[in-house]
Design a protein. Structure first.
Length: 202
């Protein structure tokens, strides 16, 4: 059964679906060999006026054992509405800027894959995936919409299980805001695997 390390529980102050936590320095630097370079990457993206949300296995594993894993998924958002094509161009320009410092691989849906030491960071737009009404459905049989302003509930819906739909959102590197629209933390504590939506079965 899954369990949450009890020493992390006092960090959570539940308020509806959003919890705000302040991370003490010993947690910010849990993996000292990786954190400085990751921190530099995060700072470069934040300086572009974007917010970051770490989501997926990275947040799940951090809540379970306090470690930053070797695969990190980040959603990038802006508070300004952009049409999809303009937003894709913005992500491409971000990738080009980061390319002066990092090795950047450009993937479908505007995803940027960046190795940082032995960690792989994937930076992506919030997206909504839509399947046709009639199957059978394959792994890639969907259409996707990208936007910098999609809410976390909408973009996390495409995740498989609720425990992988927990986000750490930050606009600086001091305060994190936990986004948990599907109650993944409760399921993590209970050891429950629950799909985020009926699309899991397609």
């Amino acid at each position: 059964m899954l369990s949450v390390n009890t020493k992390f529980r006092p960090l959570f102050r539940r308020s509806n679906m959003i919890t705000v936590i302040k991370l003490p320095k010993n947690i910010l630097t849990l993996d000292c060999s990786k954190w400085p370079k990751l921190k530099l990457l995060f700072e470069e993206i934040l300086e572009e006026g974007m917010n970051l949300t770490m989501v997926g296995g990275a947040t799940r594993d951090f809540l379970l054992n306090g470690r930053v894993p070797k695969d990190i998924d980040l959603e990038v958002r802006m508070e300004v509405h952009l049409e999809e094509e303009e937003w894709k161009k913005t992500l491409f320009v971000l990738g080009q800027k980061l390319k002066t410092t990092y090795s950047v691989e450009f993937l479908p849906f505007g995803i940027l894959r960046i190795p940082v030491s032995d960690t792989i960071v994937e930076i992506s737009s919030p997206r909504i995936e839509q399947y046709s009404d009639e199957g059978p459905w394959g792994h890639s049989d969907f259409s996707a919409k990208l936007s910098p302003t999609f809410c976390h509930e909408d973009s996390f819906r495409r995740r498989d299980f609720t425990i992988n739909a927990i986000g750490f959102e930050f606009s600086d590197l001091i305060e994190l805001r936990i986004q948990d629209p599907y109650r993944g933390i409760d399921d993590l504590k209970a050891g429950i695997l629950r799909p985020c939506s009926e699309d899991f079965f397609k």
